[in-house]
Design a protein around this ligand. Structure first.
Ligand code: NAD
Length: 255
């Protein structure tokens, strides 16, 4: 069975994807900063009879990313699928946007995608098979006010996705990005409060008038839908689908 690394796999979308991959028999390395990471990895192993590993690598540091990939290669054998999912958000008008949040968002949401992909690349190339799946965002395709770092980083991920698709094409390596609209996860819960401050609105109004305003299907996107798409992209069948930015956004980017 194949092996997958999921960054930010111990919370929200990443954890939802991890559960689906484990249920399909994938061995996994979960990365993320949550304290219960090792426990989550053990639970998935027991529940689905797969091999799991946990890495607390802080993706702001390229050396830790390389170490995470080495760990996956040692503990699982090889890395067939890399899901670059970890991400953070910060919401503020540009003139108040803290410089350290800019640096952190660019490092975690964008540069880590490059460093992790670079580290898994030689193994994928040697075996003639690889799947890199970037969890980007509707904000890789559209902008919103007060999110200058996030929108820049996610547009950067779009660039990385397309270049890796071109370079991977001769080697059986595909690279695609899933672009979710709003999904109700801890990241979005935190944003609701931030947005309420930035827009000077109540939290209920932020959900209705800011977030779901952009999603014609007036629901938060379901983690299962993202996980099932990721499973398809990871499959052998999806070998001719590469370099794509795939929105799962309730119609947001159709506008
Ligand atoms: P989340 O906050 O639930 O999970 C984020 C994960 O990233 C956590 O496991 C966290 O520990 C990890 N992480 C953060 N900083 C890290 C670091 N320095 N090193 C290692 N791990 C780190 O968020 P989520 O909503 O599940 O988001 C997952 C991805 O989906 C992000 O890239 C996010 O931008 C993207 N996304 C989310 C939404 C949404 O509405 N929730 C929409 C579009 C895109």
């Amino acid at each position: 069975m194949k092996n997958v690394i999921i960054t930010g796999g111990t919370s929200g979308i990443g954890l939802g994807i991890a559960r689906l991959f484990a249920a399909q028999g994938y061995n996994l390395l979960l990365n993320g900063l949550e304290k219960n990471g090792p426990q989550l990895a053990d639970e998935l192993a027991q529940e689905h009879q797969v091999k799991t590993a946990y890495s607390a690598a802080n993706l702001q540091h390229p050396a830790q990313i390389r170490e995470m990939v080495r760990q996956a290669e040692q503990e699982l054998g090889q890395v067939d699928v890399l899901i670059n999912n970890a991400g953070i958000q910060y919401v503020a008008p540009v003139e108040e946007f803290p410089e350290d949040r800019w640096d952190a968002i660019l490092a975690i949401n964008m540069s880590a995608t490059f460093h992790a992909s670079k580290a898994v690349w030689p193994g994928m190339k040697e075996r003639g098979f690889g799947r890199i799946i970037n969890i980007a965002s509707a904000h890789a395709l559209r902008a919103s006010e007060y999110k200058v770092a996030y929108v820049a980083a996610k547009h950067g991920v779009a660039g990385i996705t397309k270049v890796l698709a071109l370079e991977g094409a001769p080697h059986g390596i595909t690279c695609n990005a899933i672009c979710p609209g709003y999904v109700r996860t801890p990241l979005v819960d935190a944003q609701i409060a931030d947005q309420a401050r930035a827009h000077q609105m109540s939290e209920a109004d932020v959900i209705e008038k800011v977030m779901l305003k952009k999603q014609p299907i007036k629901q938060f996107v379901d983690v299962q839908a993202l996980g099932n798409l990721a499973l398809y992209l990871a499959s052998e069948t999806a070998g001719q689908l590469t370099g794509a930015m795939l929105p799962v956004d309730g119609g947001w980017t159709a506008q």
